[in-house]
Design a protein around this ligand. Structure first.
Ligand code: NAG
Ligand code: NAG
Ligand code: NAG
Length: 609
């Protein structure tokens, strides 16, 4: 017995594979605003994390369509979280191969841990060790305006060929951040200027460039609601526009979640101000708070920048589903560190969570928070039952993130879809440009005035439903057809540079490119007809009347379109749940069929009286 063990150990050691290093991931440049300040000190310790390849991902679209395509016999037969976990858990072979490689490079097995869900291997290593493992060089980068420092490798990192095929991505390596996690903690004071961008930043931070509802200022009083929808959008305008009048029947089974990233927060008195004018029976009603990673509805910093997004999403989302249907508020991230989409995904899906600081520290809040004043509870990991519809009005530029990072997150959205969750993301407010109006240079860098289109993420992930904005044209009636929003904001859209065309979109994209070829140089966007196009659906996004800090303001954005779409889809779920059917889950394949049938049928009526 003992001898067998020794022999097999010898066999294991002697079978260690040696293969040449290949480049695993790279980026062509660093994001604008950053510069390399100096070589990283070789003794600095990194939490190196290796994201293992998940099996069966090549079939994830097939699995998703199997339960989401209206013509599939399995439509609506959504999977349990356990079946998801079982199907996509990395193989033992992947775990062993990476472990053996680390051991052969002198990283003792005792230093290496496997996350609970089997997705990541982690080891604390010095910069010197990481550089030798990954055949790369780490630098300290400095942000030009905030002075914040960030550790990253310059252009690429490498893995032995036989290891590379078992790995999705390694962090921290290439990923730069639009929100900086580990700055000095500052007390949040009652003034906006104290919560500075560049100190402890989440995607909820004003000035982070990723939260973008815009306002043209104060609205004084609406005299003739329905005849003024071209100037002021109220819940009644939305009902009239989309023939949306619905009395829910299955509120005990139904759910609608709206996601906000701290420090964005709704203001209770503003909710009541809005309800008093536009939905009287809801005065006093609040969303059901689900706090993720210390999420709080903060009331220390108030302004359009801190409250505009949350007030807009919740006032319209709640008014449109009405007083009987609870709305869940997923408030993500604490005041000190903030959070990213991965923190929400961790909470919704335990299979994504690593339990051991496994998120990417350059992109994701890491909990428990080590900064003074930060959240000290455990990370929210697989703790939240996802709502049937989840609406998020925040987004990155695809180019802020690496293809491997976006691919891994996109697969998580597919998993939620397979479980029957509808995931909505706003498509962005800058047309074909990215957040802050930046476009892409040929070398991949982002700049104002560059010529390349700059798609948004997660909207460019084919497994979310990306929501664009429309407008009631100036002077038009609420019953007239709308057009794409081009007042104050421009509805975001375009073609992904990272994701291929999903099969459900083939007919629509081919039709668009042949019948309405865009009049632009073919090299400034992926014009091959083979990449993912977005948005998937649109709803009004102009002139919303929103109560913010004690006054009504006129607000614009796909930020508005998204919760409104969520509220309408929530009514469809209610009608289905009431007759014992499944929730709608991933709707994009159904949307394609409706788009085609609508050409020959009278307009679809959403309202069910
Ligand atoms: C809200 O209601 C008050 C009281 O009726 C009214 O004076 C005010 O003009 C209304 N605001 C809007 C934006 O309609
Ligand atoms: C709505 O939420 C409240 C508070 O969370 C709860 O008491 C109530 O039972 C919920 N109602 C429904 C219909 O689920
Ligand atoms: C366009 O997208 C497809 C699918 O992702 C990809 O194969 C192709 O290389 C892209 N073309 C260009 C010019 O980027």
């Amino acid at each position: 017995m003992f001898l067998v063990l020794i022999l097999s150990l010898v066999a294991a050691v002697s079978s260690v594979t040696i293969s040449p290093h290949v480049r695993h991931e790279h980026r062509r440049d660093i994001p604008s605003g950053w510069r390399a300040a100096r070589r990283a000190p070789l003794t600095t310790v990194l939490p190196l994390r290796i994201g293992l390849v998940q099996p069966n991902l090549d079939q994830i679209e097939e699995h998703l369509l199997d339960v989401s395509h209206p013509e599939s016999p399995n439509y609506g037969h959504h999977w349990s979280p356990a079946k998801i976990a079982q199907t996509f858990r990395p193989s033992k072979d992947s775990v062993d191969t990476v472990r053996q490689w680390l051991a052969s490079e002198g990283i003792d097995a005792s230093r290496v841990t496997l996350s609970k869900t089997g997705g990541w291997l982690e080891a604390k290593v010095s910069v010197k060790e990481a550089e030798s493992l990954l055949k790369t060089e780490y630098s300290v980068y400095e942000h030009e305006s905030t002075g914040t420092e960030h550790l990253a490798c310059r252009s690429g990192y490498h893995l032995p060929e036989h290891v590379s095929k078992h790995v999705d991505l390694v962090t921290p390596t290439l990923h730069f951040d639009v929100k900086l996690k580990r700055g000095p903690a500052e007390p949040v004071e009652k003034r906006e200027s104290q919560v500075k961008p560049g100190t402890a930043k989440s995607i909820g931070q004003p000035g982070s460039g990723v939260v973008t509802p815009k306002t043209t200022g104060r609205v004084n009083g609406i005299l003739q609601e329905l005849s003024q929808c071209d100037q002021f959008i109220t819940p009644n305008c939305i009902r009239a526009l989309y023939d949306f009048v619905y009395y829910p029947l299955a509120t005990d089974k139904n759910s609608f979640g709206i996601v906000e990233y701290t420090p964005q927060a709704y203001v209770p008195s503003d909710m009541d101000m809005f309800f008093t004018n536009f939905s009287k029976s809801q005065v006093g009603q609040r969303p059901g708070l689900v706090s993720i990673d210390g999420g709080v509805v903060q009331d220390v910093a108030t302004s359009f920048g801190f409250n505009g997004e949350s007030n807009l999403d919740l006032q319209f989302g709640m008014a449109l589903v009405g007083p009987k249907q609870n709305v869940t508020l997923y408030q993500v991230g604490d005041l000190v560190e903030g959070a990213s989409f991965n923190n929400l995904l961790d909470a919704l899906d335990g299979t994504y969570c690593t339990f051991e600081d496994g998120d990417d520290p350059s992109q994701d809040g890491i909990y428990p928070d080590i900064l003074p004043g930060g959240y000290t509870g455990p990370a929210s990991c697989g703790t939240v039952k996802p709502a049937h519809i989840i609406s998020t009005s925040y987004g990155y530029n695809e180019a802020d993130l690496t293809p491997a990072y976006t691919a891994r997150q996109c697969a998580e959205y597919a998993k939620l879809g397979i479980m029957g969750v509808t995931v909505l993301y706003s498509s962005g407010d800058n047309g074909v440009a990215g957040n802050s109006g930046v476009c892409l240079n040929p070398d991949g860098s982002q700049a104002v005035g560059a010529s390349g289109f700059n798609p948004s993420f997660p909207g460019s992930c084919p497994f979310v439903t990306s929501v664009g904005a429309t407008q009631v044209n100036p002077g038009a009636k609420v019953t007239d057809p709308e057009s794409a929003c081009e007042q104050v904001i421009f509805s975001g859209g375009g073609f992904s540079n990272y994701f291929a065309l999903p099969s459900y979109q083939e007919a629509a994209v081919t039709n668009y490119l042949t019948k309405y070829p865009p009049p632009y140089a073919l090299n400034i966007f992926n014009s091959t007809g083979k990449s993912r196009a977005f948005p998937d659906i649109s709803a009004n996004g102009a002139n919303y009347v929103v109560a913010i800090n004690g006054e009504f303001s006129s607000v614009f954005g796909t930020s508005a379109s998204t919760p409104v779409t969520g509220a309408i889809l929530t009514a469809i779920n209610d009608a289905r749940l009431a007759i014992g059917k499944s929730p709608i889950g991933f709707i994009n394949p159904t949307g394609q069929i409706l788009a085609v049938t609508q050409m020959v049928l009278p307009p679809l009526r959403v309202g069910i009286l």
